[in-house]
Design a protein around this ligand. Structure first.
Ligand SMILES: Nc1nc2c(ncn2[C@@H]2O[C@H](COP(=O)(O)OP(=O)(O)O)[C@@H](O)[C@H]2O)c(=O)[nH]1
Ligand SMILES: [Mg+2]
Length: 194
């Protein structure tokens, strides 16, 4: 797969009309790592670099098929309250009326997968009437029994069907393959929810 990336600030956005799938999640949840896993390219998205950079949206074009959009994370320590206005404006400016945006991926840390901010994000997104996928990262940090019930917990918390929920870790190659396939399929034939 050929993956290229570019950053966009303000109202500037790609103009090629390719479908876009946006990643939402707390700072440090593992969004950049997930993008690298989906793209199959280490070091494409910056991992673990200074969190809380609220100005930019990073667009990763995978082949000529779709963009994954790395949005600024929310909930980074004390800064979150102050940053909140900026974050919300940036997200809303991008999301509202963006026809190319076909789905969202809520990225959560498997160890804290239903924080109030994550739930709030999910509620807001459901009003947007666009598909949502839920991906829990860092499953390798869980013990076996917690890992075993995580999928069901996520379905319960977010009201998501089983085929929209993914639990990943650096070892979960097959799950990542399944997720990549699902996102490509969805981008090819997006559905607007009733
Ligand atoms: N053990 C483990 N660490 C992970 C995983 N995903 C991300 N990380 C680590 O979590 C930290 C935050 O990841 P990052 O992708 O930068 O999160 P972002 O802020 O949401 O983009 C980094 O140190 C990553 O190496 C995972 O599945 N397992
Ligand atoms: Mg990141």
């Amino acid at each position: 797969m050929r993956a290229v990336h570019a950053e966009y600030a303000g109202t500037d956005l790609p103009r090629d009309g390719l479908p876009e799938i946006a990643l939402f999640g707390r700072s440090n949840a593992g969004k950049s790592t997930l993008i690298n896993m989906i793209a199959g390219t280490r070091g494409l998205a910056h991992v673990g670099k200074t969190p809380g950079k609220t100005r930019y949206r990073y667009f990763f074009r995978l082949d000529r098929r779709m963009y994954l959009v790395d949005l600024p994370g929310y909930g980074y320590s004390e800064a979150s309250i102050r940053e909140r206005g900026t974050w919300e404006r940036l997200i809303r400016d991008y999301v509202s009326g963006r026809a190319a945006l076909v789905a969202g991926v809520l990225v959560v840390d498997a160890r804290r997968c239903d924080t109030p901010l994550d739930r709030e994000l999910a509620t807001w997104w459901s009003q947007e009437r666009r598909e949502m996928f839920v991906v829990a990262t860092k499953a390798d940090k869980l013990n076996q029994s917690d890992a075993a019930k995580l999928g069901r917990d996520l379905r319960d918390v977010y009201g998501a069907p089983a085929d929209r929920v993914f639990v990943v870790s650096p070892q979960a190659h097959r799950t990542v393959d399944r997720l990549r396939h699902m996102l490509f399929e969805f981008a090819k034939q997006p559905r607007v929810l009733a």
